[in-house]
Design a binder for this molecule. Sequence first.
Ligand code: UDX
Length: 448
Amino acid sequence: MRITIFGSGYVGLVTGACLADVGHDVICVDIDSDKVAALNDGQVPIHEPGLETIIRHNLDTGRLRFTTDAARAVEFGLLQFIAVGTPPDEDGSADLQYVLQVARTIATHMREYKIIVDKSTVPVGTAEKVSACVAETLAERGATLAFDVCSNPEFLKEGAAIEDFSRGARIVVGTDSDRVRQAIRECYAPYSRLHDKLIFMDVRSAELTKYAANAMLATKISFINEIANLAEKLGADIEHVRHGIGSDPRIGHHFIYPGCGYGGSCFPKDVQALARTAHQVGHPPQLLEAVESINLRQKDQLFAKLEGAFNGDLAGKTIALWGLAFKPNTDDMREAPSRTLMESLWAAGARVQAFDPEAQDECRRIYGERADLSLCKRRDEALEGADALVICTEWKAFRSVDFAMLKQALASPIVIDGRNLFEPASVKQAGLDYYAIGRGDSLQAALA
Ligand code: UDX
């Protein structure tokens, strides 16, 4: 099947690469000519396990190619995926200008029936806007051509996107057209053959499904973080509580790991956008707003714990920081808790010595060279001359640590663990003051 994908960002690249890999003929279009040239050369601008190998293999097979030539790309595929960005506006709602620009481009160049597939995360009602935009552009051209617009949201996790695309739990499609259903079935047949993963519904429900899924997951995280903070005050251990509640299959073990707050390109943006939509339709989103504000407060927890440990005096201190990415296996620092922490530390006059296995270049790109930030080549180099250690991301390389070495390396024996990586007893046994999330610290400190 011939498929066109607009936008060679994260979602577009994964979609294009995976669809080519199962035998479709795919053209990916992007307006950035440098990016297109690099991609045609097998250079992938994002860090996603397995993606570069699939892209290179399918460039070789000839089933995948990248272009800036929109006219040729529109001509090419029956399915025209829109996978461009929807950055948040100042008010938190999704900015649709790039999506609608692609809709106009498709309408400008199409010469026969096309199916436009909204893959970008877009507010409910966007497919109708895309439809109107295509119809208007066709009318300006004086063309009477049939087309359909459907919604096919993605549920990809960074770091596991290939796996999620190939073996995801479901493929949600919003459409009321049989012709679209048939084409979509053909497109996803390689993934849906053994058991049918396609869930067809109306367009608006599909658009809302995407937001509801992310909002539900964000809610689980804010919920457990709220209980963790309570556990701390009550002298309970959230890790026991998590295990205790997760074993009820109605609750489940997934996505109830307490931490220093959720980040990334999806949860913060999507929760805000859905809340904004709710306001627009006159339904104040009480739960969503609580989810968001709990998360913002959670991102301040690490700094608050450090302040507590140093009696409010962080000026002149050097803090070792392990983990900059918003989660492991990515170099993405969007909305990462590490950023909230570093910015608070700098405002308090402290220095940061950070290490991350993948996100150092990204950190340099965001913050540039500054005297109060050193990016270290190795994990333990970040400890040299540091007063305390904070862990922001649960990279595998941080899970096994010689606590005696840690005690030796740090000027004050303080470890703040935003991901609950260690057993408190073993860290404390090594003579370190250990503050994790929801593990009864404050009560113990108060009793000490
Ligand atoms: C998420 C959704 O999982 C995915 O389905 C959607 O398409 C895009 O958004 P992603 O942002 O890549 O994917 O990351 P995810 O692995 O879901 O983690 C998001 C954030 O939640 C991270 O900051 C992570 O540390 C945090 N998290 C996750 C927790 O704090 N606790 C958990 O139990 C799970």
